[in-house]
Structure formats: C-alpha cells, structure tokens
Design a protein. Structure first.
Length: 410
C-alpha cells in the first residue's frame, strides 16, 4: 500500500536515477537520505555520450544479432567483446538476450521503452530548472551518419520500428549532413537526424548539480556503501544503520545484489563501455554524432571531444582494457576535420542492462515500500529523471500516467 503522507525515504545510488528519485521524493515533502559510496557524478552517469535519447527505443537485442556475434567478436574494430571467465555467470542473461531478439519481442520492447522516453524530457526539464542547470543542456538534435547506401540499408528495421513507436527523426542527405555538421569530413552519404533528442555538455557535472540541489533542499547525503537491510525499514551501511519508511534501490548495475536480499532475482547485468577524451578539433562538432559504421559516438563536451564506444560483457569486477577504445581513436580520425588524437583521459562505465533493454521500475514483489529503478542500459542517462519521477508517484500513491506493467519486477 502506498501512503501520500510525508515519510522517511532512503535512496541507494547517486547516479542520474538515484539523484533524480531523491529530488522528486524531496519535492513531495519526504525526508530523504541519499546513499552513495563514491563522489557524485563520477560513476556510470559521468562518462556517457551525453545524449538525451528520446528516439532511443531500439534495444540492443535485435533480430539476427546472435548470428552476427562471432564476426563481431573476431573483428578488432567490432563493437562487442566478452570477458570469457565471466561467461558462465552471464549465461542466463545471454539466453534471455537471444530470446528477446525475436522480431515480435523487439517491437514490444521498443514500445515499452518508447513509453518512458516520451515523458523523459519533461522530467529532465523539471529538475534542470530546479538545479539551475540549463547551461549544461543543448537543445540541438543529434545526428547519426552512414558512409554508403549499403551500410544505411542495414538500418531499415531500426527505422521501421522507430516509426512504429512514433519517434521523431528525419532522414538526411549528404548535403544536409554537411549543413548540419560542417566539421564532418564529406564522406557520409546518408544520415538520420533526431531533432527531438538533445544532449548534455557534461553529464557528470549535471549529476553533481542535481545532488547540490538535493542538499540545498535539506536532503541528507550518506557517503557510505549500503551492505544490506533489516526487514523493509532499516538500511545497513558499512558504518551504521538508518531507519526509514521507504527504500529506493537505484544502484545501477550493482542493484542486482541488493534486490536479492529481498528474495527477488532480476535479470540485470552490465554492458561495459569506454570513453576517451580528446582535445576539441579545430572546427568542432555542433552536437553528438553517431558513426553508425563503427558503433562510435563523438560528443562535443565542455572539456573536449568525447569518443564513446564498445559493449563489453564482463561484469562489474574485471579491470578496464582500453585497447579497443584507443584503437578506435585512430580508426575514426578520418571522420572529423582537424581531429586530434591526443588522449586527455579515459573511462570505463557500467551500463545497467536487462536482456530486453526494458528497465525495471516499481515495487519489489511482497515489499510494497521497497522500490527498484534500474536497467536503463544504453539510454539510462535519458531515463534517469523520469524513473525518479515515477518512483515518487508510486510512493505518493499518484497515477504515474504510464502503464507500468512492462517494467514489473519478478
Ligand atoms: C560508453 C557509454 C555511453 C553511454 N551513453 C549514453 C547516452 O548517450 N545516453 C543515455 O541515455 N545513456 C547512455 N549511457 C548509459 C547511462 O550512462 C547509464 O545507463 C546510466 O548512467 C545509469 O544510471 P544509474 O543512475 O541507473 O546508474 P549508475 O550511474 O551506475 O549509478 C549507480 C550508483 O550507485 C552507486 N552504488 C552502487 N552500489 C552501491 C551501494 N551498495 N551503496 C552505495 N552506493 C552504491 C554507484 O557508486 C553509482 O554511483 C552510456 C553508458 C556508457 C557506458
């Protein structure tokens, strides 16, 4: 049973999902404590491509992907790698991933993602206004480019499903690509322009600004690792115990372990991904550009050009391996005029991913006051604020305005 009266709420995880949930709960008058073991804005929500991807409804599991995996793994520039010792642990997730690549499942999963994406921008705007962070968002759209007609033909299914899900985009010609992004080399013949998308100039700093707004609103921050719970009303950390009425688990790909303590098993693992920060080229890009042929994103950030790439299946523990990401820097240098390959910094992040691409959002079975918000995967930065808003709606007993059955837990 939900309860509209103000209560004590404990939110675990200070990534985009957790800080958003904390802010929305605080806006409802609850006494909120946010638990984060690291600094805000340094984890998975820090180093992403920064795209608020309202159009991003296509899951990673698409028809035919299982057959393409061996080729992807063999290709030194391929988008996928696996840490083999982790394979036995990953197997159930992988089997489910393959099942979810059936065409009918893909369409259902895309529609479920689209329903959340449709209301994502409104939730972002509420928090951006509260945090005074408008300068960190660019309202310009996002471009995806293809080198030739053959590579663009591979996008046919994606385009069809995006249309079916009512995504906002337009197909653009070579000339239009040049007008949109004069800094791109004139080698791209086809493109998709997502004019409903926008982008963040520094995702990590945005999370920090949200955390500052939470503190300014009287929220409590506990910098400690949550180790477990006593029933549904006590959060245990490495150094203490905290009583609460509501628990929100928003710990990204680390949520699986915490949820298990309530007797619930979820299909949540991580798709690891890398970034390399480069100096801005002489003529910089106007906004993020996806190089479809290489599964690479180039995102102009406040502090340089960010190259993001890779899906590495290997769990949360294995150390980073930057070999492939570094290889990509030289490989895609042709794409941007004046591209500078000097590495400024690098990063490994952990996308919290379900096999279907559809996140978990709701109360845990048998625990009406314990909520889970995790699994945004490739669009987790986009879905963070709306997930937080919906958790607050559920706590308050309000209608979230979205059918939550696709995101059910258990
Ligand atoms: C290369 C790359 C590019 C990406 N690009 C985009 C993009 O352009 N657009 C987009 O929408 N998404 C993108 N993503 C995905 C997005 O970054 C993630 O889905 C999103 O950041 C997940 O946010 P989260 O808050 O759910 O989890 P996280 O950011 O992982 O936050 C979870 C937090 O919980 C904390 N935590 C975990 N366990 C505990 C514990 N026991 N006690 C206390 N604290 C704990 C962690 O320290 C962490 O800070 C990208 C991801 C990668 C890797």
């Amino acid at each position: 049973m939900t309860d509209p009266r103000p209560r004590r709420a404990a939110v675990i995880g200070g990534g985009i999902t957790g800080v958003s949930a904390a802010l929305f709960l605080q806006r409802d008058g609850h006494d909120v404590t946010l638990f984060e073991r690291d600094e805000f804005g340094t984890g998975s929500s820090m180093g992403n491509s920064g795209v608020i991807s309202i159009a991003g409804c296509i899951p990673t599991a698409v028809p035919g992907i299982a057959g393409r995996v061996p080729k992807m793994l063999m290709d030194p520039y391929g988008p996928l790698s696996i840490r083999w010792p982790y394979l036995p642990k990953l197997l159930p997730w992988l089997i489910s991933f393959v099942r979810n690549s059936r065409e009918d499942r893909v369409r259902t999963n895309a529609a479920a993602k689209a329903a959340l994406l449709d209301v994502s921008h409104a939730a972002y705007d509420t928090l951006i206004e509260q945090a005074g962070a408008e300068a960190l968002i660019s309202r310009r759209g996002v471009l995806k480019v293809y080198r030739d007609a053959r590579s663009f033909a591979g996008a046919e299914f994606e385009i069809d499903v995006m249309r079916e899900c009512g995504r906002q985009f337009s197909l653009v010609t070579e000339d239009e690509i040049r007008q949109l992004e004069p800094a791109l080399s004139p080698v791209f013949s086809h493109g998709i322009y997502f004019d409903g998308n926008s982008s963040l100039r520094h995702p990590g700093r945005l999370v920090q600004r949200f955390a500052e707004a939470f503190r300014a609103g009287g929220g409590t921050v506990v910098k400690d690792s949550v180790t477990g719970f006593h029933g549904d009303n006590v959060v245990r950390t490495e150094t203490g115990e905290h009583e609460t009425d509501v628990i929100v688990i928003a710990a990204g790909s680390w949520s699986t372990k915490l949820v298990r303590q309530f007797g619930t098993r979820i299909m949540l693992d991580t798709e690891r991904g890398y970034h390399i920060m480069l100096p801005h080229p002489e003529t910089t890009l106007n906004g993020p550009v996806a190089l479809a042929d290489h599964s690479v994103f180039l995102s102009p950030m406040e502090h340089g050009l960010r190259l993001t790439t890779g899906v590495e299946l290997g769990g949360n523990e294995a150390p980073p391996d930057f070999t492939r990401a570094r290889r990509m820097v030289d490989h895609v240098a042709y794409a941007v005029k004046g591209f500078r390959t000097t590495e400024q910094s690098n990063w490994l992040g952990f996308r919290p991913s379900t096999p279907s691409g559809v996140p978990y959002l709701g109360a845990l079975p048998g625990h009406p006051n314990v909520f889970l918000a995790a699994g945004g995967g490739h669009v987790g930065m986009t879905m963070g604020p709306v997930s937080g808003r919906i958790v607050a709606d559920l706590v308050a007993g309000r209608d979230p305005g979205v059918d939550l059955s696709p995101y059910r837990i258990g």
